[in-house]
Design a protein around this ligand. Structure first.
Ligand SMILES: NC(=O)C1=CN([C@@H]2O[C@H](COP(=O)(O)OP(=O)(O)OC[C@H]3O[C@@H](n4cnc5c(N)ncnc54)[C@H](OP(=O)(O)O)[C@@H]3O)[C@@H](O)[C@H]2O)C=CC1
Ligand SMILES: O=C(O)[C@@H]1CCC=N1
Length: 264
């Protein structure tokens, strides 16, 4: 698979790294205007660095657009005469609809809108995606790329905003929970570094238990809560202080904001 990342910034580089680490591409073009930021990748066998998006499109089958929303239209206009029915066009751009992309490049192109998260850099992204009518036949190819760097799910386009909040912003939400746990551990007497290790690995273990067993979180909670013990005491106090409620309200606020941004 010949892959091009158009716009190798924070997310584009994370995707590129994830695909390279998983041997998911036979060649990879990385584009941006200022190549100094990614010059360390020049020494990779399969990688070509260029500021010429047209060169990248000509030499690749899978095109992953990871620029800021305000740049997409001009870049698509610039390359659209090179796009063919064989290209798989993947946009990771927040809030940019498939119909808007079709209006620039045509509805006869395979267009996939996907929302990975930054854990793609370590092979653990939860990536949601949807496609236009013609792109449905290629979505399995896109999934095979993103499954190498985590898990993927095909969803209707109407759910992409919600998926952005849960999976992309979700990385930030989970980081805050890990930070708060770290602060708690420091208050209980651990050194900051130790506290962070304890919080990170416990979080990883909790998610790992659910992924491996398919159990509901409450089932795993039941296994740790000794009647009259310290776990239920802590859990109930967290709920008295509104833990679940504040998380749900935060998620809903984030969703309302993303919909406002879309309308704006
Ligand atoms: N799923 C997620 O977790 C997240 C998704 N996003 C979405 O991903 C997209 C990218 O976000 P992010 O990586 O944070 O943004 P960045 O600004 O870090 O990256 C965009 C890159 O595009 C490059 N660029 C700009 N113009 C061009 C051009 N004409 N040709 C080629 N490259 C160009 C810029 O480099 P240079 O200036 O050198 O050209 C820059 O490095 C956004 O649209 C955002 O909506 C964002 C954050 C999180
Ligand atoms: O914060 C944001 O608006 C973007 C979308 C998802 C992650 N970052």
């Amino acid at each position: 698979m010949k892959v091009a990342i158009i716009g190798t910034g924070n997310l584009g580089l994370a995707i590129g790294k994830g695909i390279l680490d998983s041997n998911g591409a036979s060649s990879m073009y990385l584009t941006k205007r200022n190549l100094d930021d990614i010059k360390e990748y020049a020494s990779y066998d399969k990688v070509v660095l260029t500021s010429d998006n047209r060169e990248a499109v000509k030499n690749s089958d899978v095109l992953i657009f990871a620029i800021q929303p305000r740049h997409l239209e001009a870049i698509l206009e610039d390359v659209k005469d090179l796009l063919t029915a064989n290209h798989i066009i993947i946009s990771v751009i927040t809030g940019f609809s498939i119909s808007r992309i079709e209006s620039i490049v045509g509805s006869d192109k395979n267009i996939i809108r996907s929302m990975p998260n930054t854990a793609i850099a370590v092979g653990k992204s939860m990536t949601c995606m949807c496609s236009n009518a013609i792109g449905k036949s290629k979505i399995a190819i896109a999934q095979s790329i993103f499954d190498k760097v985590g898990a993927s799910m095909v969803i209707p386009e109407e759910q992409m905003q919600a998926a952005t909040v849960i999976c992309a912003s979700g990385i930030a939400f989970w980081m805050r929970l890990i930070r708060a746990t770290t602060q708690g551990a420091i208050q209980l007497g651990f050194e900051a570094k130790e506290a962070q290790e304890l919080a990170k690995h416990t979080c990883d273990g909790a998610a790992g238990l659910l992924l491996a067993s398919g159990n509901h979180p409450e089932e795993e909670i039941d296994r740790v809560t000794t009647p009259g013990g310290c776990t239920i005491e802590g859990l109930n106090e967290m709920e008295h202080q509104g833990l679940s409620s504040s998380l749900i309200q935060g998620i809903v606020a984030s969703f309302e904001k993303i919909n406002q941004i879309k309308k704006g």
